[in-house]
Design a protein around this ligand. Structure first.
Ligand SMILES: C[S@@+](CC[C@H](N)C(=O)[O-])C[C@H]1O[C@@H](n2cnc3c(N)ncnc32)[C@H](O)[C@@H]1O
Length: 413
């Protein structure tokens, strides 16, 4: 568990460096207590997500929005983690570069920070925990992702979409694994994830094909593939290759895959029959096509969250104009290419209070902002988001996801 906390602490650092407040909040418990060493004068205290937002604003004011953490080491202290880092900023008065050695102490519960304390005297973090630095093993920052200029550049490109796609992929991995366990012949197979984004099915396909198999992930967005590459390297997954490829003009060899998978690609693009024809071309006869898309009907909060649910309705209208609720037409699409009796399944996940995936309507509202602004004024959208934010921060509110519909089957021989 604590190794996972170190990984989460790393990711929080990375999210902080992109200055994407929503991405940072995904790692914060709604009841978080945050003590800052840099927004003073003197120690300053913040509570809950709204407090964390205020902290980010005050940091941006104090450091001209140019603050960045360069991690030097992490320490695993069970439910706590400590980071040693150099804080890079720009003095508000002087405009000069400022570098300060500092530490953060985080207490984690269910994958989120419940207590956060910043220190300018690093050793005080250990003193407050009552442990000696000599008793702990130092974990080095990961060279490929932590604070390198490449990573900052790519995350700066599209941070909220990237965070959303990786979180989303993790949430649905168990449903994907369950499906793959029903398809024989994984070991040694060649599998393709089309439009894999920042993670998609890459990790679970790599498990399914095993060390003697090969996974290919394609996307048209190079920055998402870069993020997926960092993820795979961090996980030590070496049997997956990532390629830029437009599914509607694919350069991959025909009939070269045993399994082709695509998730949430029909819904935003709305070109189901063409897409499925492209997948069919890449599969060997008898190879399996797996499609996953959503049906938005089950996407609710309990107790109801009127603002977040209004956002969902607006987003549903936007998707209806794109690819609709593509999940419901999957069997038909599969039958049209000769998969006469496709298997189908459906999954809904209950999200406990504070689960970061509850924030999906807010994250979509960033990705689809221009389309929302065709339906709402700037002010209406801002107040809808504020209200939805407040609803989601209320203790006890849980939710159900949209329904993931899975359809799959083998091509005729
Ligand atoms: C909603 S995301 C889903 C990502 C991933 N499949 C998942 O489930 O997490 C849609 C993905 O399709 C990719 N995409 C869009 N048009 C594409 C095209 N013509 N060829 C390949 N990928 C495309 C996008 O860049 C994006 O990563």
């Amino acid at each position: 568990m604590s190794e996972e906390n170190i990984e989460l602490h790393r990711r929080w650092n990375e999210a902080f460096n992109t200055r994407d407040v929503d991405a940072c909040l995904a790692y914060c418990d709604p009841e978080i207590e945050l003590h800052s060493a840099v927004t003073g004068p003197g120690p300053a205290e913040y509570h809950g997500h709204s407090g964390v937002r205020r902290w980010h604003r005050e940091i941006a004011e104090a450091f001209g929005g140019e603050i960045r953490l360069e991690p030097e080491a992490f320490f695993d202290c069970g439910e706590h983690t400590i980071s040693y880092h150099v804080l890079h900023g720009r003095g508000q008065q002087s405009g000069a570069d400022v570098t300060t050695r500092a530490a953060h102490l985080c207490r984690w519960r269910n994958g989120r920070i419940v207590y956060f304390q910043g220190y300018l005297q690093r050793e005080d973090a250990f003193r407050d925990l009552g442990v000696s630095i000599d008793e702990l093993e130092e974990v080095a920052p990961r060279g490929d992702t932590a604070g390198t200029s490449d990573e900052k550049y790519l995350l700066a490109d599209q941070p909220s979409e990237l965070e959303r796609l990786q979180l989303q992929s993790r949430v649905w991995e168990p449903s994907g694994r369950e499906l793959l366990s029903k398809i024989d012949g994984g070991s040694g197979a060649r599998a393709l994830d089309v439009g894999c984004g920042a993670l998609g099915w890459l990790r679970i396909l790599a498990e399914w094909v095993g060390p003697s198999g090969q996974v290919v992930g394609t996307d048209i967005d190079e920055s998402l593939l870069d993020a997926a590459r960092s993820f795979l390297e961090g996980e030590g997954i070496s049997n997956a290759e990532l390629l830029v490829d437009d599914l509607f003009d694919s350069k991959l060899d025909p009939q070269s895959f045993d399994l082709v998978h695509a998730r949430y690609v029909i819904a935003p693009l709305g070109r189901g029959p063409e897409q499925v024809a492209s997948h069919q071309r890449l599969l060997r006869p008898g190879g399996s096509l797996v499609l996953e898309e959503w049906d938005l009907g089950s996407w609710h909060f309990n107790p109801p969250a009127p603002a977040a649910e209004r956002l969902i309705r607006l987003l549903s209208d936007i998707f209806a104009a794109l690819g609709g609720e593509a999940g419901r037409v999957l069997p038909e699409l599969l039958r049209d290419i000769g998969i006469e009796q496709p298997d189908i399944n459906a999954h809904v996940i209950a999200l406990e209070p504070g689960h970061p995936y509850l924030r999906l309507p807010l994250q979509f509202s960033v990705a689809l902002e221009s389309r929302l602004l065709e339906r709402l004024s700037d002010d209406e959208l801002a107040s809808l988001r504020d209200e939805a934010e407040r609803e989601l921060a209320e203790p006890g509110r849980w939710g159900t996801t949209f329904t993931l519909i899975q359809g799959w089957g083998p091509l005729p021989l």
